[in-house]
Design a protein around this ligand. Sequence first.
Ligand code: ZN
Ligand code: ZN
Length: 594
Amino acid sequence: MEKNNSTLHILRHSASHIMAQAVQNLFPQAKLAIGPAIDTGFYYDFDLTDGYAFTQEDLIKIEEEIHKILKENLTFECYRIPDVDAQIAEFKAQGEIYKAELLEEHKNDNPTLYLTKNKDGKVLFNDLCAGPHVPYSSYIKANAVKLLKVAGAYWRGNENNKMLQRIYATAFWNKEDLQNYLTFLEEAEKRDHRKLGTQLDLFSVREEVGGGLVLWHPNLAVVREEIENYWRTEHRKRGYVIVNTPHIAKSKLWDISGHSGHYRENMFFIQDEGEEYVLKPMNCPFHILIYQANRYSYRQLPLRMAELGTVYRNEKSGALSGLTRVKGFTQDDAHIFCTPEQLIDEINAIIDFVGDTLAIFGMPFEVELSTRPEKFVGEIANWNRAEAGLKEALDKRGMTYEINEGDGAFYGPKIDFKIKDAIGRTWQCATIQLDFNLPERFELKYQDKDGVLKTPVMLHRVIFGSMERFHGILIEHYAGAFPVWLAPVQAAVVPISNEKHADYAQEVYNRLRSAGIRVKLDDRSESMNYKIRELLQDKKIPYVLVAGDREIETNSIAVRVRGLGQAGVLGVEEFITGLTDEINSRSTQLAVRG
Ligand SMILES: [Zn+2]
Ligand SMILES: [Zn+2]
């Protein structure tokens, strides 16, 4: 068996059996559920019947037990169950109710057990499983397996079932790969936007408001304001019109759009005097109504309509987290109404827009194209043309992309952009979605060259996706150390002595503030070094400007730069000019020096 990335899941799944064996050695009452490999490792679900919960110490003991088992160098052997009913009865007698339930379901699939045997051929453990596994436990290296954490998980993911205990763990082919992964996890933990959100006073989620409903504090609202300013300016430059639409609409609208049918469980309803309203889960129907307010000829198309539209979608509260899993969020939404002939140019323009925007944040991206599913609406000729057009647009730029055959929505093919952050994690953000359905449902028309009324094509498009989620990604991407154009505070002024230098520090502060720089004056009675360290390291402010006798004499400031420290002395005007350039160019480097 080859030891590479594509066989890693076999190693990991095999390790999950060894973990289950270790758990049952130490906790004989533990009943086994399932133990699959996942992208980052593997897990196993256990039912500790007496309500006992695994502790951190238990994880250490289980890991030691795994090491002990691995020393025995076991073989993994597949064993076809000869008498399924007898085996079910045996599982039941052993209290293994989950295995019994699974076996009952797979009765007719030639079910197998996997036995782990020692060198004398003695069976030490068995588990219901279809495999595949590594042939010998020696493939699993004791120093390349790590138990990570415990979490609750419902049997079969159903909240009506019993809550089991899931141990998350990981395994690699060798120690180095495991070490690299653990370092990555540590880095990801340091960047966790929920933790930084508190440390940097960026946002909060309160129980009184509800899970998944975000309070943007001034510090993060500033970041959003800068991004929204960029967003509006760029949309104007690229020929979009910007609109605003209400937060609620009558159910009738969602009946026409079809959302009441297939999207109902995600929608919030409001009753008012016998009329039912819906808190909007999407902006599309409103934009369509705005299109309907005018008549269009082919010459007036495309119509590109954008809105920072706040939508609400009912997510299970268990899935809600920080800024990345929310119930209420603002989409940077746009809908483009065009003729079929204009479609490819429009798609190209959007890909440019996405690429230009992500370049500002230094985020590379990958592209996936999802094509026509079995059940679809619209003309097959339009689908073929659209898919060919999407491919052509991607090919022309030499973009590599994956095709998810048959994975498009029933109403149209789509392109998904997956961005890579600073530590290599991918996040789904921008999408371009064609829609052959809504223009039909709302009977949209335009007058073509030949005078005939025809149905336009509609594109749904987001670049950031949701503002909440994108800001969560940005916080983690920058580890809270925003480039100067986004930094909530761009510079802080610190007098060396509050008695002697406070007036001058105040003067510097005033000059920066008048120049439009987000500046803070730190005249607390703490020591200067303490303040500088806190401002640069804890608060992650890009520039700290120190003012003392020498600086007063020469009308200057001593510059300290985040991540660098002392960077010389600079005239106040020179600093303002340098910083303003850096802000206006949206530079990601802190380059102003004395
Ligand atoms: Zn297995
Ligand atoms: Zn839409």
